[in-house]
Design a binder for this molecule. Structure first.
Ligand code: DX5
Ligand code: ZN
Length: 211
């Protein structure tokens, strides 16, 4: 059995004390820190840029898992890489050739993830599967934290796991119940924003996702 890793999404953290929030989830058992980058074009929301990644880099030893929900990610790989990202995930629904984006992320020696939205089918990423380290299957429409898990995404996790041995991450609407279902289908990295940061006990919340 693969170990389940939990990546709290700082989108739901208290930004007025972001450093402390990150130290707290690290202490509470987080495995990665998930950073949601939104540009107001690919998704209707604007969030975090490379400057924030740079300032949280010295706060934690955990891998920074940077999820780029942006158009033209090729323009921003270098600043996010240099800011201290460990894993850089881009979306398959962009206009740029994904192979070019992968090449750039590899040039900066970072791990590569590709993400698909709930309505995007696995066949869209088939050709690049051998080139990536991780597939991020969105389980909500990207753009906002605190949405309901879309159960229709579960068969996609199962289908991918039947022929993909590397990391499968899910993102959106994760709680103790939905985590269990997704892990049963083969997901091994769970992003959780609202569920972790709105709880009073981060260790309990993170622990409940790992069973
Ligand atoms: C959604 C983001 C997610 C989101 C998860 O666009 O990619 O990482 O913040 O948040 P919850 O766990 O609150 O659904
Ligand atoms: Zn995300």
């Amino acid at each position: 059995m693969r170990k389940t890793l939990v990546a709290p999404s700082i989108l739901s953290a208290d930004f007025s004390k972001l450093g402390q929030e990150i130290r707290d989830v690290e202490k509470a058992g987080a495995d990665w820190i998930h950073v949601d980058v939104m540009d107001g074009h690919f998704v209707p929301n604007i969030t975090i840029g490379p400057l924030v990644v740079k300032s949280i880099r010295p706060v934690t030893g955990l891998p920074l898992d940077v999820h780029l929900m942006i158009r033209e990610p090729e323009k921003y790989i270098e600043p996010f890489a240099k800011a201290g990202s460990d894993i850089i995930t881009f979306h398959s629904e962009i206009e740029t050739d994904p192979k070019e984006v992968i090449k750039l992320i590899r040039y900066f020696k970072k791990k590569v993830g590709v993400s698909i939205k709930p309505k995007t089918e696995l066949k869209e990423i088939e050709a690049i599967l051998p080139m990536v380290d991780m597939v991020l299957i969105m389980t909500v429409e990207p753009g906002f934290g605190g949405q309901e898990f879309i159960f229709d995404c579960l068969p996609k996790i199962e289908e991918l796991r039947s022929r993909f041995r590397k990391d499968i991450e899910i993102d959106g609407g994760v709680n103790a119940e939905t985590a269990k279902e997704a892990v049963a289908k083969g997901a091994n990295i769970l992003v959780a924003g609202n569920y972790v940061f709105s709880s009073k006990d981060y260790a309990k919340a993170i622990g409940s996702l790992k069973v």
